[in-house]
Write a protein that binds this ligand. Structure first.
Ligand code: SF4
Ligand code: SF4
Length: 295
């Protein structure tokens, strides 16, 4: 069995796989009769580096970018959160204009790849993931009728996706691993879904979390790391993906302070016990009230 994750969308079928040397016939430019047609029906799922690039290009924090330019959706039955670019009521991307894409230099991975789809696959028997490609043919896209042939690899180079793939790769692996683990990892808690959202998409919030005293009291990292994480988005992005592996799959690559975890669990236990006690009291009072009203 193979778990797969496709960009720009999840399809139910396994499409015809293309290797990097496969040739495609395609060109997109202002002269095509369908210019802008795809952006008028945009369904663009964003990966972590897409959000970072777009937010910085627009001079926004990731938190403000998410609030202004994205809509949330659930990526699987467990409610793992995903985000898509916001569109207008007709489905057109808000960055689209008659001149073309308003964020072209920083456009997301899915826009760069189109009409090539990226397919990250992981056979359940294999520890490593594999990246393959497929071609999306939609009637409205006339780029397939253009007289230009090039390999998938040359197309990726032209579209500048390699940097995006490099910086998103660990995150794709996390998604695949989560899918292949399936129900065995159980229903994620609300807290772990929130951590997933923050570490995947809201890097500025994650930065505040990582540089907080609470974080420092649990994880044993040197001061150089904190200085870099405070300044360098890419250091933080890569660290966020390591952090997710540790939190979701207990793959320990970030050293924890001796006893810190137990201490935190003890603190949480006390909070849970206090909450449970309060809840029991609340229920008892409600029952008493109900009995008084009945008599
Ligand atoms: S980001 Fe740019 S390329 Fe992507 S859908 Fe919007 S307008 Fe089109
Ligand atoms: S529909 Fe195809 S050819 Fe037309 S603008 Fe979009 S990607 Fe380019």
């Amino acid at each position: 069995m193979t778990e797969k994750l496709d960009l720009p969308f999840e399809s139910g079928m396994v499409p015809q796989i293309l290797d990097p040397n496969a040739k495609i016939r395609f060109a997109c430019h202002k002269g095509v009769s369908c210019f802008n047609a795809c952006c008028k029906h945009a369904d663009v799922t964003l990966a972590p580096y897409d959000i970072l690039r777009l937010s910085r290009a627009l001079g926004l924090s990731t938190t403000d970018f998410l609030a202004k330019h994205t809509v949330p959706f659930q990526m699987d039955a467990h409610g793992v959160p995903g985000v898509k670019l916001r569109t207008d009521d007709e489905g057109a991307c808000l960055f689209n204009s008659e001149e073309g894409c308003g964020v072209y230099a920083d456009r997301p991975t899915a826009c760069r790849y189109y009409p090539v789809g990226l397919l990250a696959m992981k056979p359940t028997t294999d520890p490593t993931d594999k990246q393959s490609y497929f071609l999306i043919r939609e009637d409205h896209c006339k780029g397939h009728e253009e007289d230009r042939e090039l390999t998938v690899e040359a197309y990726r180079e032209e579209q500048g996706v390699k940097e995006y793939d490099d910086l998103n790769r660990m995150w794709y692996q996390i998604m695949l691993k989560k899918k292949s683990a399936g129900p065995s990892v159980g229903q994620p808690s609300e807290m772990s879904l929130q951590v997933f959202f923050m570490a995947s998409y809201d890097l500025d919030r994650f930065r505040r979390f990582v540089t907080s005293d609470n974080f420092r009291s649990v994880y044993d990292l040197d001061e150089t790391f904190y200085l870099e994480a405070a300044e360098d988005d890419l250091v933080l992005l890569r660290f966020a993906q390591r952090f997710l592996r540790q939190v979701l799959f207990a793959e320990h690559s970030i050293p924890e302070r001796a006893g810190a975890w137990d201490k935190r669990m003890q603190e949480r236990k006390e909070i849970w016990e206090a909450r449970e006690k309060a809840e029991i009291e609340r229920r008892n009072q409600a029952n008493e009230q109900a009995m008084r009203e009945e008599t």
